[in-house]
Structures are given as structure tokens and as C-alpha cells.
Design a protein around this ligand. Sequence first.
Ligand code: GLU
Length: 463
Amino acid sequence: MLELILEMTEKQHDIITRFPPSPTGKLHIGNARTALFNYLFAKHNGGKIILRFEDTDRARSKKEYEENILDALSWLGLDMEFPEIYRQSERTEIYRKHLEHLLEKNAAYISNEKNERGEEGSVIRFRNPNTKITFTDLIRGEITFDTKELGDFVIARSIDNVIYHFAVVVDDFEMGLTHIIRGEDHISNTPRQILIQQAIGAPRPVYAHLPLILAKDRSKLSKRNGAVATTDYREQGYLPQAILNYLALLGWNPGTEQEIFTLSQLIEQFDINKIQKGGAVFDIEKLKWINKEHIKHLPPDTFLAMVEQYIPETIRNEVALQGKLHKLLPVIQEKTEILCDVKQQFDAGEYSYFFDDLPPYTIDKLLWKDEREPIKAAEKLSKVFEILSEISEKNFSEIFIKEKIWDFATNAGRGAVLWPMRYALSQREKSPDPFILSAILGKEGTLARLKKAIGALENHKTV
Ligand code: GLU
């Protein structure tokens, strides 16, 4: 038994995936999905994932992009698996060793030729055996290419300057990669890479090419329709757990109704065989909905810390208002899709009635549609006033208030009681229910508003 367990553990540890971004731009959201799928597959199988910067394009590769990629991965929470970071620019020796070996066995040759500018020079070309290559892709099934049309392709500009395909194959071999999970746009690179693998004597890893991410109109995802850097989503107020959740569903689903996942649930449920072939449509509305769901699950204090910056200083810093703000927080949390919404909500005065004195009442608005007599409304509000006066400050909570008012409202007509009560407290056509409003405003604030509304109704006998 023990042996079996050991064998199984060992086997699982064999799985190695990689995330090999080119640091020529910020971490694009589509590449974040590639990172996530490699991460989930490795973690699901108890394997590991390697981070490798593919910076062979020296002119376009920049440190700042490396930093952005690391920053984004760490924000997403995918960083803990990268104890060591590889850079192709630091691996010239390793590539040279393999290149020399290929030259020695005549699998590659130096070719003197003119470059595009007509200058004499030399490159190293791969001696193409011109065979048919068939590989089994975990997502797309069997794929066959005739490599004849590739000709003797270039694998290095010089002995110390290999091109991308060569570096990738050597790295995947040296790093013991078992699975290559990458975008579908790399399918056409695979036959070249397999030829190089065979020449250097590397075993063939398992390939899985992920479906493309498409815009809503099924065009290629571009900056205009949502393809922004992962860190831009952070700035806009998306939660990393929501981004991961949404990205996981771009091309994969567990085959159940579940749509909201934590990272550990994703790891547990991820099944590479359930990845779809067809393009995955990027839908910002769906992402917002997922974000909203994750925001709802945040502990209130965590939510407050995240949105504090968007709350006006006059409220944030005023000790007398902090209790009210705290009670209002669940209301804000419930309706927030992305964190920046909170700024807009405050800017638009959505919560001002909680903090500011109310102007005089418009009687018409205080009246329920089926009960248009101000004096009757005044009577009902007076009863509400009486009931609420008897509740202690300590018990002045939504649930308790509702419990006390409910029977009266049911007997006297819910609309006729609850509409004027709600309007008296908010002066808004739309607001949370009157029990929530009362709890947020507190006993004193609630009674003061009710009193003011009763006074206005009493002084206004007809409409
Ligand atoms: N560096 C390549 C890219 O950023 C990935 C290469 C690969 O996955 O094999 O698209």
C-alpha cells in the first residue's frame, strides 16, 4: 500500500507545466488565462509550474514588462509556485551546447547568405528531414502536418543567438516539461518544435492548445473590446479572485451549474478534458457579475478597506458618521459591481440622504398610491413612530424593527404603512426597505424624520 502511495505521489510530482511570457508588453488578460490553466493543471495533479521569461527579442523585451507580469501574477495569487525565474537571455550557454551538438551531427548547418538588407552573413539552419508530424493534442485531438513546406528553417542567427523556437524546445527539455498548455495560435509552431525536439533527443511533451479568446462579435479580442492588461482590471476595481474565476470559465467549465469558484475550488475541479475547442467569448458583463458575486462574499471590513479611498473624506473622517457608514456598508457592498462604483455612487449623491438633513417633504410623494389622504398617512406614521419609540437603542436593528412593525403593517395595509415610512426616511423613489433604513439612521435619526413627515402631513389636509 505504502509503495503504491509513494508511486502515485511520485507520478503526480512528475507533472511540470510552464508559463513562458515574452516581456514585450504588460500581462495581457489572455495570457493570464494561459498562466491560470497551466497553474490549475499542475496544482490539480500535484505537479509544478515554471515561470520563464522568453526575452530572446532583446530589442522589445523590457524590465518594466517583466515587473508588470510579476506584479500581475502576484496580484492574482499565482506567484507562489515560482521559486525560481528563468530568463532565456541568461541561458545562452545551454542553447549553444545543443546547437553545437546539432551542428556536429549534421542535423543543422551554417548557411552563408544575404540578409534582407543584402549584406553577407551567416545563419544556422535546421536540416529538415521533411517528414509528416502527427501529435495528439489533449483538446483538439490528432493533428498532422507535412513539414516539407517549412524547408530548412533558421534556428539561430549565430552560435550565441538562437531564435525563439530553438530556445523554447531546449528549455522545455532541460526543465523537464511534461505538458505544454498554450494558446491555439501556437499550433502552427508545434511541428517545427517537434522536429527540433527529435533532433536534440528530447521526449515529446503532451500538448494542449487552448481555444482563442474572442470579442463579443467573435472578432479577435483587441484593446478596443476588452483585451487590456491584467493590472488595468485591478485599477478599475476588479478583485483578483473574480478575474481568476472568470478566466477559468473562458474555455472551460466543470459540467455543472456552478459559476462562482474560489481558486482552491478551481484547483480541485479543473479537468483538462473539459476544455472546449471553440473560441471563448469574452463578456465584460459576465465578468462584472462574477466580480459582484465575489464582492458580496467579502468580509465587511475587507470591503471597507478596499473602498475607503472612494468614500468622501467628510464622511470617512467624521467620527459621528462612522457608525452610520458602518451600518450602510452592507447596502453599498450589495450593489457594487466593481470597486470604483463606490466613488460614482457617492459622487452621484446616492447615499447623501443618510448623511444630510432632508429638505421639506413633497406631500404627494409621501402618499401611497391607494391611500391619498394625508391625515390617514399621518395616523399610520404616528403608529410607526410609537412602535419604534418603544424599541431600545440597542435593539434598533433591521430584524427587530421588522418584527415589531410587521403585524401592524399587515393589518393596516403594507403599502399604506411601509411606503410613507420608507419615503419619510429617504425621500427617494428607490431605496433599501424601511427596516434597513431605520437601522442605518439609528433610533434618533429615524424618529426625527418620521416626526417631520407626520408634521408635514398633518399641516396639509388635502392634496
Ligand atoms: N513566449 C510565447 C508567448 O508569449 C509563449 C510560447 C509557448 O507557450 O510556447 O506567446
